[in-house]
Design a protein around this ligand. Structure first.
Ligand code: GLY
Ligand code: MN
Ligand code: MN
Length: 442
């Protein structure tokens, strides 16, 4: 798979370019002044190009002859004592088939001998290293080139992403079924991660959200420590990571296993936004148009339920939707949960409430992988000031909305591959109310 990735990167550059590409692996991070190591996660670009999941390596790609060269740390005996077996260069040569394997103390010698016209690297730290050797460096081209390659997933990458989704989906179904018997949010997290870890997926791709009741309106709630409100609803936004590839799934459901008002009404609005934007997603469609479509479904739904009033177009005009749906509709997904490539060079976020936080402003193409994750929240910090804001006041049914200030929020999130004519939904967790109820009862 990494050979396909390397060829993709070589193809971005003109043949015979007299340049080297340099990428650095991740490093181990320690907790403050202790010898406690955070679990290692490889830097995503390095993983994409090499498939090597170890710290302190480097890789050089020679654009002139399309060769690649692995640079490994020279470990001493002390390292082996504390950290375990150290593989020799032959191991990497055989397993990953680079054109050569060098030690890191040979790096400067290699660059000086080769004397490329340019070194393409990702960071200013790397650039400083090569400038110190008297070489020309460019840090603008490579991030863009990597994002270009990583934006369109190969069939091989999609196999890994489907597997991450399969296990994350199983974890969601398991957690949904046990929430009624749990007392604290972290018990649900433990049940969820039991499934991902039992499947060998030892890292989470991001800090999962396990939120009871009003905590579900805190967009990045990661404390996961509160008692579960038995009469309220529960939100899980959590995934799995397989060989570096992320799944990022959200479901919201009643703790009791049975939907009742007002949750049922607000849930159906959110689900409709998800269903309509999912069926609208296909090559040629812009992410911002899907976002605005979801926003309109939410405003229309709130109007039908009597929470807002007035002309829907007027409400869209004043961005009323962003009071209830303040984040972006979705983002690219891949080696990073918020994957690279969401914005092409020169394209800026739209300066409009809600849309400002849209992490991908691309026209969809076959092979892109995106999340669709509309949300509908009752966030006191947004609604309280809006009740007295001349711009919004006339549209809000204040007395009805005030009753919902402690309600929390709803988000539903699926992971989609853009196909030739639409989407493939990789996520397999119930989302219709009746299907959720059936699963929770069963
Ligand atoms: N869990 C992060 C996100 O949904 O974007
Ligand atoms: Mn998510
Ligand atoms: Mn997401």
């Amino acid at each position: 798979m990494e050979q396909i990735n390397r060829n993709k990167l070589f193809d971005v550059f003109k043949p015979d370019t007299d340049a080297l590409v340099y990428l650095k692996a991740g490093t181990v991070k320690h907790r403050y002044n202790t010898d406690f190591e955070y679990s290692f996660r490889q830097e995503s670009n390095f993983l994409y190009i090499t498939g090597i999941d170890e710290p302190d390596f480097h890789v050089i790609l020679d654009l002139k002859d399309r060769t690649w060269h692995l640079v490994m740390p020279r470990r001493d005996a002390k390292f082996a004592v504390w950290m375990g077996h150290v593989n020799p260069p032959e191991y990497y040569k055989e397993r990953f088939s680079p054109d050569s394997v060098l030690y890191d103390d040979q790096l400067e010698m290699v660059f000086k001998k080769r004397e490329p016209e340019t070194v393409f690297c990702l960071t200013e730290d790397s650039a400083a290293l090569f400038r110190g050797m008297g070489l020309e460096c460019n840090t603008e081209t490579l991030p863009e080139a990597m994002a270009y390659c990583r934006s369109i997933k190969s069939d091989e990458e999609l196999v890994l992403m489907r597997r991450a989704n399969e296990v994350a989906s199983e974890a969601h179904r398991t957690a949904m079924k046990m929430v009624g018997s749990a007392s604290y949010e972290y018990e649900v997290k433990a049940a969820f991660e039991h499934i991902t870890q039992k499947n060998g997926m030892l890292h989470q791709p991001y800090g999962g959200i396990f939120a009871s009741g009003s905590n579900s309106a805190i967009l990045h709630y990661v404390k996961n420590s509160a008692p579960i409100e038995k009469k309220g609803h529960f939100m899980i936004d959590a995934g799995a990571e397989y060989k570096g590839y992320a799944a990022d799934i959200t479901r919201t459901f009643p703790v009791s296993g049975t939907f009742a008002k007002p949750l049922s009404d607000l849930y159906d609005i959110t689900l409709q936004a998800l269903v309509e934007t999912t069926s609208g997603a296909r090559p040629g469609v812009k992410m911002e148009d899907l976002h605005l479509h979801a926003a309109k479904v939410i405003v229309e739904g709130l109007k039908n339920c009597g929470y807002v009033k007035g002309d829907v177009e007027d409400m869209m005009q004043v961005n009323l939707f962003a009071l209830f749906f303040p984040h972006g509709l979705g983002h690219f997904l891949g080696l990073d949960t918020h994957d690279v490539g969401g914005y092409l060079k020169g394209v800026e976020p739209i300066d409009r409430p809600g849309l400002r936080f849209l992490r991908a402003r691309r026209t969809l193409e076959k092979g892109m992988v995106i999340t669709i994750e509309p949300g509908l929240y009752m966030i006191p910090a947004l609604l309280e000031p809006a009740f007295s804001d001349a711009k919004y006041k006339e549209f809000l049914n204040e007395s009805a909305l005030r009753k919902l200030l402690g309600f929390g929020g709803i988000r539903i999130e699926d992971n989609l591959v853009i196909t030739e004519s639409g989407t493939e939904n990789m996520t397999d967790v119930p989302k219709k109310r009746a299907d959720i109820e059936a699963l929770m009862k069963g």
